[in-house]
Design a binder for this molecule. Structure first.
Ligand code: CUA
Length: 326
C-alpha cells in the first residue's frame, strides 16, 4: 500500500514519466484527472472506514475467557439499512460527476476558433494534416498554446488508438469512421503519446509527440512548414538528394518542391526539423538517420519501409540530405 502511494506521488510529479495521466496539462486531461482523484478519495475513505471498523472489532472483541462470548447480532434493521443505503449514496456521488464528464468530453468542441487537425493512424505512424493551414506532417503535431485543438481521427488501415495521456483521453481511430477529440493545452512543452490499441507488429513502436508552442513559435513553425523543402546546402546533401530521387524512397515519400510525390510513407518535406524519427522511436540526428536507413527492420521490426540496397557512402549522403530538410 505504501509502495502504491509512493508510486502515485512520484507519477503525479511527472518529469520522469512523460506519459502519466496523473500530470494533466490540458482542460480535457484536467477533467479526467479531477474525476480520477475524486473517485480515488472516495475509495480511500471507504478503505479507512472498513479497515478501521474491522481492526476495532478484531481487537475489541478478541477472545477473552473471562468475558465469554459477546452477544450475536442477527437481522439488525438499522445496520442492514445503513450498509445498503450508504454505499448506494456513494455510488450516486461518483456516478453524477462521471456521467457529466463522459457527456462533456464526448461532445464535439463548442469552441468556434478551434484549430482542426486531421489525424490519420497508419501502420505504424501518425499523419497530421492542418486543412486551414495547408500543412501535412508526420508523428509530431505542433499546436499553439491557449487554443483549442479539434482532432478528427481516421485510420488508413486497421484500428489504432490515439493517446497523449497528459493532454487527452484515449480515442479509438477506426477505419471507415471519423472520431473526434478536443483539448486546450495549458502549458508549453513536448508531450509524449502512443498508439494504445494493438494494430500489428510495430504497434508498441507507434509513438508520437505533441509540441505545444507559444503562439509566436507556432506561427514560425507554420511559415516554415508551408514552404517547399530547402535546397541541399552542400555537395554531400546534393548527392543525397540524387540517391533519394533515384531509389525507391521517391515512390513512398513526398518532399514538396521536388519530384518526390509518394503518399504511402510520412511527408519528409521538413523531416530535418523533427525531434524524432521512426514515429517517436529515435532522436533525430545524423547517426540515427544512418542507422534507420541502414537497418530499418532491426530498428523497427515489421515497419513497411523496406531496406533499400545502398552503399555506406550513399546512406551517409542520404542522411545528410534528410537532416538538412528543416
Ligand atoms: Cu497503431 Cu497500435
Amino acid at each position: 500500500m505504501g509502495l502504491f502511494f509512493a508510486a502515485v506521488a512520484v507519477a503525479a510529479c511527472g518529469g520522469t514519466y512523460p506519459q502519466s495521466a496523473l500530470d494533466p496539462s490540458s482542460d480535457f486531461a484536467g477533467r479526467l484527472d479531477g474525476l480520477f482523484m475524486q473517485i480515488f478519495w472516495w475509495a480511500v475513505g471507504v478503505f479507512v472506514l472498513v479497515e478501521g471498523v474491522l481492526l476495532y472489532t478484531v481487537f475489541r472483541w478478541r477472545e477473552d475467557p473471562a468475558r465469554g462470548r459477546p452477544p450475536e447480532v442477527h437481522g439488525h434493521v438499522l445496520m442492514e439499512i445503513g450498509w445498503t443505503v450508504i454505499p448506494a449514496l456513494i455510488l450516486v456521488a461518483i456516478a453524477i460527476p462521471t456521467i457529466r464528464t463522459i457527456f462533456l468530453v464526448d461532445r464535439p468542441t463548442a469552441d468556434p476558433d478551434a484549430l482542426v487537425v486531421e489525424v490519420t493512424g497508419r501502420q505504424w505512424w501518425w499523419e497530421f494534416t492542418y486543412p486551414e493551414l495547408g500543412i501535412t506532417t508526420a508523428n509530431e503535431m505542433h499546436i499553439p498554446l491557449g487554443r483549442t485543438v479539434d482532432l478528427r481521427l481516421r485510420s488508413a488501415d486497421v484500428i489504432h488508438s490515439f493517446w497523449v495521456p497528459r493532454l487527452g483521453g484515449k480515442r479509438d481511430v477506426v477505419p471507415g469512421r471519423e472520431n473526434q477529440l478536443w483539448f486546450r493545452p495549458d502549458s508549453v512543452g513536448v508531450f509524449w503519446g502512443q498508439c494504445a490499441e494493438y494494430c500489428g507488429t510495430a504497434h508498441a513502436l507507434m509513438g508520437l509527440r505533441v509540441l505545444v508552442d507559444a503562439p509566436a513559435d507556432f506561427e514560425a513553425w507554420v511559415t516554415t512548414n508551408r514552404s517547399n523543402a530547402a535546397r541541399p546546402a552542400d555537395s554531400e546533401a546534393r548527392a543525397g538528394q540524387g540517391v533519394f530521387m533515384a531509389n525507391a524512397c521517391v515512390s513512398c515519400h513526398e518532399i514538396r518542391g521536388t519530384g518526390a510525390r509518394g503518399q504511402l510513407g510520412p511527408d519528409l518535406t521538413h523531416v530535418g526539423s523533427r525531434l524524432t524519427i521512426g514515429a517517436g522511436l529515435l532522436d533525430n540526428n545524423l547517426e540515427n538517420l544512418i542507422r534507420w536507413i541502414d537497418s530499418t527492420q532491426v530498428v523497427k521490426p515489421g515497419t513497411l519501409m523496406p531496406e533499400v540496397d545502398l552503399t555506406e557512402s550513399q546512406i551517409q549522403q542520404l542522411a545528410a540530405y534528410l537532416l538538412g530538410l528543416r
